[in-house]
Design a protein around this ligand. Structure first.
Ligand code: ZN
Length: 335
């Protein structure tokens, strides 16, 4: 389903939503923490989604198990390393991993700066070992409120050179983007790119706000954009990319099923869209799985999927020279 002559990317993947179930179990045992089950077989259905959740919130609640076991910075380092190892196993050439320092630090009161350092170091060492190229996106966890998000941004900017962008994630309806205009001014002033979780489940207005007030040049999900033809035209005209994550949208019940996923309308409208996993720790998915579902369930053609794979590299927060290097590496690997 994926074209192995093209660079394969995942631009929307939460590092703190991609903890292996066996690692959740191992860390819980190591730190002597309670879990609702003590075997991998019994734990999987609790950690992972097997059928659509009642809501986005119910989906997000599943994520909490993955950070609840981060008892120290070594655990954070391990999770960061394993994220990159899993990308390599899926055949991904380039990924942008995103994480919320506050979300990872929260359960055990770890220092946010330390969490950022541990993630940076873990990702870098595994990237060297595997050859996967990885950049980081810092998340502001909107549900923590404006003041906490400023502190979270402080932690991200303390390692500014190790990030390519910032994102806003969490409770979109309860904490709308209007409350984070100052934060994203700081992000842009620091020279970082902006991508925003918008339009899942927020209305089209939330997507407009992300683009016009927060400075988003890419959007996470944006599934409700199809309700506003003027917005669709604007995204296409401005080349604003949509990071689509169909399995996650189905699991979070923000899209009824693959067959009605709006990615087909995005493609038809000429919006640059790419395929991504979001939270493999919950959805048990992978990049190749998303391409397979896009073909078999959503009904995209091979030509459309090749264009989507191409878009992944074009939308990446990389320089043209870095893109060229990834393409050259791919050619070399094929001999
Ligand atoms: Zn996401």
């Amino acid at each position: 389903m994926t074209d192995n002559t093209l660079v394969l990317t995942d631009l929307h993947r939460h590092l703190d939503g991609s903890v292996r179930p066996q690692t959740v179990l191992a860390l819980a045992r190591h730190f002597n923490l309670p879990l609702p089950a003590d075997t991998l077989a019994a734990l999987r259905p609790i950690l992972q989604v097997t059928e659509p959740c009642a809501s986005v919130e119910a989906f997000l609640a599943k994520l909490d198990y993955q950070v609840a076991v981060l008892g120290n910075l070594d655990a954070v380092h391990r999770v960061a390393r394993e994220n990159v190892e899993d990308l390599a196993l899926e055949g991904v050439d380039y990924a942008e991993l995103r994480f919320s320092p506050a979300y990872m630090a929260g359960p055990h009161g770890l220092p946010q700066d330390g969490v950022v350092e541990a993630v940076v170091d873990g990702v870098q060492s595994a990237a060297r070992a595997t050859g996967v190229k990885v950049n980081l996106i810092g998340i502001l966890c909107r549900g923590d409120g404006e003041a906490a998000c400023q502190r979270e941004l402080d932690a991200i900017l303390s390692q500014r050179d190790h990030f390519v962008a910032c994102d806003l994630a969490g409770d979109e309806l309860g904490f709308p983007g209007e409350r984070f205009v100052d934060h994203f001014r700081r992000v842009r002033d620091a020279g970082l790119n902006v991508t925003i979780h918008a339009g899942e489940p927020g209305p089209p207005q939330s997507i407009w706000q992300a683009v016009t007030e927060l400075g988003a040049t890419r959007l996470g999900h944006a599934t409700t954009a199809v309700q506003d033809p003027r917005l669709m035209a604007h995204l296409a005209q401005e080349g604003i990319g949509i990071e689509s994550c169909p399995t996650s949208n189905v699991h979070a019940n923000s899209v009824a099923d693959y067959e009605v996923h709006p990615i087909r309308q995005f493609v038809a409208a000429g919006i640059p869209v790419c395929l991504n996993t979001d939270d493999p720790g919950v959805s048990a998915n992978s990049v190749p799985f998303e391409y397979r579902m896009a073909r078999e369930r959503i009904g995209l053609t091979d030509a459309q999927l090749r264009q989507i794979q191409h878009n992944g590299l074009q939308l990446a927060f990389l320089s043209d020279a870095e893109r060229a290097e990834l393409r050259a590496r791919k050619r070399q690997a094929r001999g």
